[in-house]
Design a protein around this ligand. Structure first.
Ligand code: RP5
Length: 152
C-alpha cells in the first residue's frame, strides 16, 4: 500500500492531527507519524526528507504552529508533494494565522500545498486524492467516502 508520512513540529500538535491519522486509516492508507521540528531538530528533518523517496513515501503531510517552517524545509529537500497543516498552537499563537502565512507564502520554486488552520482531515483527503491517481484501491476508498458523506 502507498505510504504517507505525517510529520509535526511538536507533541503538543498531536491532538489536532488525530482527524488526519483517523482519515488515512479509514481510507486504508498506510502511514507513519513522526514528531520533528525544523528549529529544534533540523538534523532529523534533513535525514527524513532526504531519504523519504527511498523509504517508499509518496506524499508528506507536515503540520506546524507559529513560524511553521517544517513543511517548507521538508519541501526544499524532496520532490514529493508536501501538504502543510497550519496549527493554532497554545496561547502564544496568532490563532494559527502566523502558521497559515508561513506555510502558504512559499516563494516560487518550492511549493507547499496548504489546507485550513487545523485542517487535518482535509490534509488526509488531499493526500488520498494524490495517491488515487496511481492507486486504484485508494481511488475506490475515496469515491466511497464521498458517496457516504453526500448521503449523510
Ligand atoms: C511549533 O511550535 C510546533 O509545531 C508547535 O505548534 C509550536 C509550539 O511547540 P511547543 O512549544 O508546544 O512544543 O514548532
Amino acid at each position: 500500500m502507498p505510504r504517507v508520512a505525517v510529520l509535526t513540529g511538536s507533541k503538543s500538535d498531536l491532538p489536532i492531527l488525530e482527524p488526519c491519522v483517523q482519515t488515512l486509516a479509514e481510507l486504508g492508507i498506510d502511514h507513519e507519524l513522526h514528531v520533528m521540528s525544523a528549529h529544534r531538530s533540523p538534523a532529523k528533518v534533513q535525514q527524513f526528507a532526504a531519504s523519504a523517496i527511498d523509504n517508499g513515501f509518496e506524499v508528506i503531510i507536515a503540520a506546524a504552529g507559529m513560524a511553521a517552517h517544517l513543511p517548507g524545509v521538508i519541501a526544499s529537500m524532496t520532490t514529493l508533494p508536501v501538504i502543510g497543516v497550519p496549527i493554532a498552537s497554545g496561547n502564544h499563537s496568532a490563532s494559527g494565522l502566523d502558521a497559515l502565512l508561513s506555510i502558504a507564502q512559499m516563494p516560487p520554486g518550492v511549493p507547499v500545498a496548504c489546507v485550513a488552520i487545523n485542517g487535518a482531515r482535509n490534509a488526509a483527503l488531499l493526500a488520498a486524492a494524490i495517491l488515487a491517481l496511481k492507486h486504484p484501491a485508494v481511488h475506490e476508498s475515496l469515491e466511497r467516502l464521498r458517496r457516504e458523506q453526500s448521503s449523510s
